[in-house]
Design a protein around this ligand. Structure first.
Ligand code: 0X9
Ligand code: CA
Ligand code: ZN
Length: 310
């Protein structure tokens, strides 16, 4: 489990209990289901939040997903914070109420439950990043758009950024792909926007990651300008640095590139707190920063929810 100083973090069972508690307290606006199973057979839960949650209404949908990378535990807390805020905050907070009434919000607090459980299993952090298939696959190099194209991932199974033997070879990425594909209704993708939460470095990143060119096949100048405008607006509220994801480093097979290329989802990666901490320590901030560092993204989340209707 988490070490004593970090008991505020939710392990897999605690995460599920938190989601179940939210649904119990707010059955009209919150519902839990599963997008599928991890390699080791854990369900990957998704929480839907919306007025008349049991109906598929014609409202813009927004996805928040967390913890593709095992050791990035603060992101699971970020998704749980969003889930609490958009349920407990309804109907007293007008911004929250507006979003719950006019959006369908999907929250996946842990895309990689095997990896995060493995990371904390001994009570001492292992610094684990990948899933738990064989030597582990980096889920954020396993997506199927330009998978393995450009030197932005490794073909060495022992590498931290191993892309897997084929696109969507990981059950976790294929489950999330299938979920996103399932939101095509009447030929139209309902999910309009996404934040994929990671740690760390305090960045707001947008596609493409496979190339340093801002404008290229599948990304017009106007599309790029929208990513940049909304990215900078969000970064203005949390103090993160906004940039194209490949400015950090080139990746191929990351989630953003696939979501944009396949579905035109306005998709961002947030790298959360801290800004800078040499090496592995940055993945393990103490539990007492969770409230501050998750609330720090409230306004950015609201901006994305607004923009999903544009
Ligand atoms: O490398 C990643 O997958 C992300 N950073 S992390 O430290 N959380 O592992 C960044 C992915 C963003 N995409 C690109 N940089 N192209
Ligand atoms: Ca809908
Ligand atoms: Zn990450």
């Amino acid at each position: 489990d988490f070490p004593p100083g970090d008991a505020q973090y939710h392990n897999y069972d605690e995460m599920n209990a938190e989601l179940d508690g939210i649904v119990k307290n707010h059955p009209d606006i919150a519902a839990k289901s599963s997008i599928g199973k991890s390699f080791e057979g854990r369900d990957i839960p998704v929480l839907k939040i919306s007025r008349n949650v049991q109906q598929d209404e014609n409202e813009p949908e927004v996805l928040f997903d967390c913890n593709q990378h095992a050791r990035e535990h603060l992101t699971t807390e970020m998704c749980l914070h969003i889930a609490k805020r958009f349920t407990d905050g309804y109907p007293n907070d007008p911004t929250v109420k507006d979003a719950v009434d006019h959006r369908e919000i999907w929250i996946i607090p842990s895309v990689n439950p095997d990896g995060s459980s493995y990371d904390i299993e001994t009570g001492q952090y292992r610094g684990w990043r990948k899933n738990r298939q064989d030597t582990g696959t980096d889920l954020n190099r396993n997506w199927g758009y330009k998978w393995g194209c450009c030197g932005g991932a490794s073909n060495d199974p022992n590498a931290e950024d191993y892309r897997g033997p084929g696109a969507f070879s990981a059950p976790e990425t294929s489950a999330l792909r299938d979920f996103i594909n399932s939101r095509v209704v009447g030929g139209k993708q309902q999910i309009k926007a996404n934040i994929d939460f990671h740690t760390y470095s305090e960045l707001v990143l947008w596609p493409f990651g496979w190339t340093q060119d801002p404008v290229t096949d599948g990304m017009s100048q106007a599309e790029h300008d929208r990513f940049e405008r909304v990215g900078k607006e969000m970064a203005g509220t949390n103090g993160y640095t906004p940039e194209q994801s490949s400015a950090l480093y080139v990746t191929d097979g990351d989630i953003l590139d696939w979501e944009w290329a396949q579905h035109k989802i306005l998709a961002y990666t947030f790298e959360m707190y801290p800004k800078d901490s040499g090496g592995l320590d940055g993945f393990y901030p103490p539990g007492n920063v969770i409230d501050r560092e998750t609330a720090r993204n409230d306004k950015a989340v609201d901006i994305l929810l607004r923009e999903a209707g544009a």
